[in-house]
Design a protein around this ligand. Structure first.
Ligand code: K7E
Ligand code: CUA
Length: 652
């Protein structure tokens, strides 16, 4: 306490020195003062508050040290937040249309991307994002790509960090929902997606009465083509899993590279209750003391999948059947207590930490012991599907009691782990070797994931931890029955964890986030003129200044248009009712931030054209009339004049 007070006083002294120790009397006279101590007293701030403020405040123009990529939950987007300032820098549209960035609100490219990601014949216009994963090179974030899973539908989005835009949505044809997504292997060879709620795999339909026979879990290894910046669906493969409800996943690294670990709950294979008079899921899926950690050799599985006759094609995807996975030694189970949630591999790749929601311990598995047991075939038996089960006591390093409801674990670079504890609403710091609790801090309120700076790499920075809490309850001014979520920034540099900042999240419920050193990112600030962001290459229909024109081809009217401050060229588009209008529009600016929008009234179209960008929007002019189009970005003093008319002549 004394130490903290002294720090506070030191900071105060420093702040006063910066302010030149001049209490601006003229200011003070009008109600303002530059006397930091007086302001703090007036506002009732403690020394700790002042320290927290000084540790997070970024003067205007100063950039953040880290960027956090956070899931936007069932808002379907990705949030980009600066650390330590906790300023929201960007919302990256992923699964949900986002008009202000022209995402899926008119561009043909997005329409095609969304069309390919249709699920079960439905257009899906939202997503439930859970786990973002930065691309890795040698188990370290490389700042090139970001992947995120959509639990609901189940899909993966691929975001290119050259322009922070979504380039691909990949739908999984063989899952009901996912949850262990997205996680990457140490060189981003594969993006991992594992299922949550089991569904029939080999047949389209089977009643829940046939749960054990027909329902299955699944893990998909999406092959990532780094050169193209796309998932290669044809080169990807899946492994059939037992119908436990698979949960969080992580990829091994270092000594455990080539392996993946997936939690599960509902080892009971409960099928639900209420009208069936069987126990409801919450009870039925919580009866056993142990569930199963799935241990997968993906490196070997990739070879098996490539061997003719080993995988079966199911709905266009190569699936290794469970039987084959067992025979080839691709899949093992280790018991884990009890309804686990997080599975997290330590930075050195030697251990896997599992938090059991209904068990007050974290369980630490030793990969060396797992490997030995699989090689010596030291199994205690098989599950109902023939999958070998390892001896719990033979493969763990130990267990540590951390509190009620441990969920997710992160690491720093000094051998410490941090676990979120849901029911106790706290974060516990502990050392991996020896297993020992070091510190804990209360959070507000329901903590889910936590994220540490560079926390999933082989060399985490530590330094900052963000606690991603659900339901802020009383931390912010009430805004109706639905509370914002609360991101709490916690300082890890001292012996005791210290709360620095509360950030309300007024959109979807965040799940996981990753924090990367800002200087690893190097986004471009303008596109070369005529670039299609989809391919990052010259658009086929890009228009150079002076090449603007309107061409008629049968029933189609092609408009080759440019945008530059502060006009479109052409400003009049004349078509006949029923004609197809294809507008190819290029922002020919090369100045940073010279973005133009392109909205057409009553046709549900809004594009965002960043400097140099070229896009195409096509539609049938089915409504006769006069439709203004205009720029939706306030791009210049004469921005309101950046407009034109679409004239649709009635059919005669
Ligand atoms: Cu714990 Cu989907 Cu990772 Cu939510 S999950 S918190
Ligand atoms: Cu261009 Cu406003």
């Amino acid at each position: 306490m004394v130490a903290r007070r002294q720090v506070g006083l030191l900071v105060l002294a420093a702040a006063l020195a910066v302010a030149g120790a001049v209490a601006l009397e003229s200011c003070a006279g009008r109600g303002g003062t530059a006397d930091v101590g007086a302001i703090a007293r007036e506002r009732g701030l403690t020394d700790a508050d002042i320290v927290a403020a000084v540790k997070t405040y970024q003067p205007t123009g100063r950039l953040d040290e880290y960027l956090m990529f956070s899931s936007g939950g069932h808002g379907g987007q990705v949030l980009v937040i600066g650390i330590p300032s906790m300023r929201l820098l960007k919302v990256i549209a992923a699964f949900t249309p986002e008009p202000w960035q022209g995402y899926a609100t008119g561009a043909d490219e997005h329409r095609e991307m969304m069309r390919r990601a249709r699920v079960a014949g439905h257009d899906i216009t939202w997503g439930d994002t859970h786990h973002p994963a930065l691309s890795e090179t040698d188990a370290d974030y490389d700042g090139q790509f970001l992947f995120i899973g959509d639990k609901a539908n189940p899909r993966i989005a691929v975001i290119d960090l050259r322009d922070f835009e979504t380039k691909q949505l990949v739908a999984n044809p063989n899952m009901g929902t996912d949850h262990g997504a997205a996680f990457v292997t140490p060189n981003t060879e594969y993006v991992i997606e594992s299922s949550q709620y089991a569904v029939p795999l080999w047949n389209e339909y089977a009643d829940v009465d046939r749960y054990q026979q027909e329902y299955r879990g699944l893990v998909t290894f999406w092959k990532f083509d780094r050169q193209r910046g796309r998932v290669d669906e044809a080169a990807s493969f899946s492994i059939e899993l037992p119908p436990y409800w698979q949960d969080l996943a992580d990829a091994g690294k270092g000594p455990s590279a080539g392996w993946a670990f997936i939690n599960s709950f509902n080892g009971e294979m409960a099928t639900g209750g209420i009208e069936s008079r069987k126990p409801a899921f919450e009870a039925g899926a919580s009866q056993n003391d142990m569930d199963y950690l799935h241990i997968l050799n993906w490196q070997k599985a990739a070879q098996v999948a490539a061997t003719p006759g080993r995988a079966r094609m199911q709905r266009g995807q190569r699936v290794i059947p469970l039987r084959t996975a067992v025979d080839e030694g691709l899949l093992f189970l280790a018991p884990e207590p009890k309804s686990p949630h997080g599975a997290d591999v330590t930075p050195d790749g030697r251990r896997i930490v599992v938090g059991g929601k209904l068990d007050p311990h974290v369980t630490v598995y030793a990969f060396e012991k797992i490997k030995q047991a699989t090689e010596q075939r030291a199994f205690t038996g098989n599950d109902a599907f023939g999958v070998p089960i390892l001896d719990f006591n033979a493969v763990i390093d130990g267990q540590l009691e951390v509190g009620l409801g441990p969920l997710h674990t992160q690491f720093d670079g000094e051998g410490n782990a941090f676990t979120s504890v849901f029911l106790d609403t706290k974060v516990v710091k502990w050392s991996v070797e020896p297993l020992q609790v070091l510190d804990e801090i209360g959070v507000h309120y329901n903590v889910g994931h936590i994220a540490v700076a560079e926390g999933d790499t082989k060399s985490p920075d530590g330094k900052y931890l963000v606690s991603l809490n659900k339901w802020a309850i009383d931390r912010f001014s009430p805004v109706g029955p639905l509370h914002p979520q609360n991101f709490q920034l916690i300082d890890l540099t001292g012996e005791k964890m210290q709360l620095l900042y509360d950030m309300p999240i007024g959109v979807g419920e965040p799940h996981y986030a990753q924090i990367i050193k800002a200087d690893k990112l190097n986004p471009q600030l303008v596109y070369p003129v005529g670039t299609s962001p989809g391919t990052m290459a010259q658009a086929r229909d890009a228009v150079a200044g002076g090449q603007e024109r309107i061409e008629r081809r049968g029933n189609e009217v092609h408009v080759y248009m440019t945008a530059i401050r502060s006009h479109f060229n052409p400003e009049h588009i004349r078509v006949r009712q029923g004609e197809r209008v294809v507008i190819h529009i290029t922002n020919i600016e090369q100045a940073r931030e010279a973005t133009h929008g392109f909205a057409i009234a009553k046709y549900n179209i809004n594009l965002s054209l960043e400097p140099g960008e070229s896009q195409t929007a096509s539609f049938v002019a089915d409504q006769a009339g006069v439709f203004p189009f205009y720029c939706t970005e306030f791009c210049s003093a004469l921005h309101l004049e950046m407009a034109g008319y679409l004239l649709v002549e009635p059919r005669g």
